[in-house]
Design a protein around this ligand. Structure first.
Ligand code: ZN
Ligand code: ZN
Ligand code: ZN
Length: 534
């Protein structure tokens, strides 16, 4: 049992939700808002952590002091990062912000920037790339671009670019020896194209060195999201972060904070940085861990993913004991009566089968078909399956997302609420995916005019994101504004429903809460910590 001051901290935050998961927040830590632009009071040194030999895992990082929920353990700029091939014309290559209108680099015609300020800020990492793309005649794929950017930087600055860097790229694992045959094949093609792309007047490297760096980014390349953290837009390398080992029930989370990118003036846009944030109380000497894969997978599936993608066998207690696996495939108990094993199995199989057709319709943008599939599956399986059943949860999640997009807010609200309730029984109380789900549910309820639940969900999301994203992250700021708006509306609603409804209609016409994105691919960046090649 921890000695946190739950009631105090909740009161200080002005949160009214009884279940607001402010578990272990150090009472005085929440309101420390930094004076500097952007970065959230982040520890810019690495003195809070130490490398150690983690039993059974090899190298790891441990805390050298005590931490509380929401503390920034360290923050780290990327050594190099690139925008995905598919988004090269829609994302700024310097600040990774999504923009309607970007300016093309007049030399290579490939790099795109918000404006001259971003272009100047990105010139050091683009300069050699620019010449190479021009000479090569086109831009090579994102892996090759990332490896080249890394090599140019290391050739110029040496293997340690700052005194905060705990490990060099040479020292990072590449797992080339563990690769499957098809991965080796792809690696060879990439190396071949890299050699064509790499200029003759740049420093020349051995094939072994080049393949090492490809191997490093293959298992350590971190998914870089846009400024709101809603979409995966690129991939980068953060060497210190690579030292943090996995645990299925981790004590830390990692979030990208681009700094103050809501600022119109790009002078205030800052470097791409990750922050390692504490999810609860961490004792001095404790190992720091993050989850490489989503906990919503069954333990067997998590172990398979970790083995094939990161080449290790997870030995965590949640895997060993299969913790919560039963809930994830459970039947629904009604008045003490459980469905038979056979019924649960049939419903599970049916749900699983339909996930693929649903995903396909979703990718095709055929949203009415998605609704049809989800409704059919939910009608058939909801009476049999528990609200923690992971396939049913995916149906609810997708249906609510699509219905919100199609502006059927009552439906969207209902299914997103079910999703959040299921997630709460499965996830760590400070899980970022739970926070994002609560935010979606809050917006859906607000849109549907269900202000009481809406406000509660927004508060819940805000409490989680204060821990996982921190008070200065753009999405936390969005939530803060939503929290104030819904709080005011709720007060009004309680005083006079008529006034509330007329005010709401006006508000909807003036500035709708636009947190809703087109459904396809939205979940991408949030669930995969490290970028995997498709
Ligand atoms: Zn920019
Ligand atoms: Zn260029
Ligand atoms: Zn595990």
């Amino acid at each position: 049992m921890c000695s946190c001051h739950r009631t105090t901290s909740r009161a200080q935050l002005g949160l009214s939700l009884p279940q607001a998961p402010l578990h272990c927040i150090k009472p005085d830590s929440v309101y420390v808002v930094p004076s500097s632009e952007g970065i959230s009071g982040a520890a810019v040194t690495m003195e809070n952590v130490a490398i150690f030999d983690s039993p059974g895992k090899g190298r790891g990082l441990k805390a050298t002091k005590e931490f509380w929920a929401g503390d920034v353990i360290f923050s780290e700029p990327s050594l190099a990062a690139v925008v995905f091939d598919s988004l090269a014309e829609r994302i700024c290559h310097s600040c990774f912000r999504r923009q309607e209108k970007l300016q093309k680099c007049s030399q290579c015609k490939f790099a795109h920037y918000c404006d001259r300020t971003c272009q100047r800020a990105g010139w050091a990492e683009h300069k050699q790339e620019c010449g190479a793309i021009k000479a090569y005649g086109k831009a090579p794929n994102e892996n090759i671009r990332l490896v080249a950017r890394l090599m140019w930087r290391l050739d110029k600055e040496g293997s340690v670019v700052s005194d905060m860097q705990l490990i060099t790229v040479e020292e990072l694992e590449d797992h080339v020896a563990d690769m499957q045959e098809d991965e080796i094949k792809e690696l060879k093609v990439d190396i071949h194209n890299f050699l064509d792309y790499w200029p003759r007047n740049s420093k020349q490297h051995t094939i072994d060195d080049i393949s090492h760096i490809f191997g490093v980014i293959n298992c350590n390349g971190f998914t870089v999201s846009d400024q709101r953290g809603l979409q995966a837009v690129g991939v980068g390398l953060f060497p210190n972060l690579c030292m943090v080992n996995h645990n299925c029930w981790p004590n830390c989370t990692v979030i990208l904070n681009h700094g103050n990118q809501s600022a119109v003036n790009t002078m205030f846009h800052s470097q791409r940085r990750i922050e390692l944030r504490s999810l609860g109380k961490i004792a001095e000497g404790e190992e720091l861990t993050v989850a490489y894969v989503d906990f919503l997978n069954l333990s067997e599936e998590r172990r398979r993913l970790l083995k094939t993608q990161y080449f290790f066998d997870c030995q965590c207690d949640y895997c060993k004991n299969g913790t919560k696996d039963d809930l994830k495939l459970a039947g629904r108990e009604v008045d003490g009566v459980k469905p038979s094993e056979q019924q649960v199995k049939e419903a599970t199989d049916y749900c699983f089968q339909k996930l693929e057709t649903m995903d396909k319709a979703r990718l095709d943008g055929d949203y009415h078909q998605v609704v049809k599939i989800c409704r059919d599956v939910i009608d058939r399986t909801e009476p049999v399956l528990a609200d923690t059943h992971i396939y049913l949860l995916r149906m609810w999640s997708t249906l609510s997302e699509v219905q919100a997009y199609l502006q059927y807010f009552n439906d969207a609200a209902e299914y997103s609420r079910k999703m959040v309730e299921g997630y709460m029984k499965l996830y760590h109380p400070n899980n970022a995916a739970l926070g994002m789900a609560a935010m979606r549910a809050g917006v859906n309820h607000w849109q549907a005019g269900l202000i009481e639940v809406g406000h509660g969900m927004v508060c819940k999301a805000y409490a989680i994101l204060l821990v996982t994203h921190g008070p200065t992250h753009p999405i936390t700021k969005d939530l803060e504004a939503m929290r104030m708006q819904t709080e005011m509306e709720l007060r009004m609603f309680k005083q006079n429903e008529y006034v509330y409804h007329s005010m709401r209609d006006a508000a909807l016409q003036n500035k709708p809460m636009t947190m809703l994105h087109e459904p396809k691919g939205v979940e991408e960046g949030i669930k995969n910590l490290f970028h995997r090649r498709k």
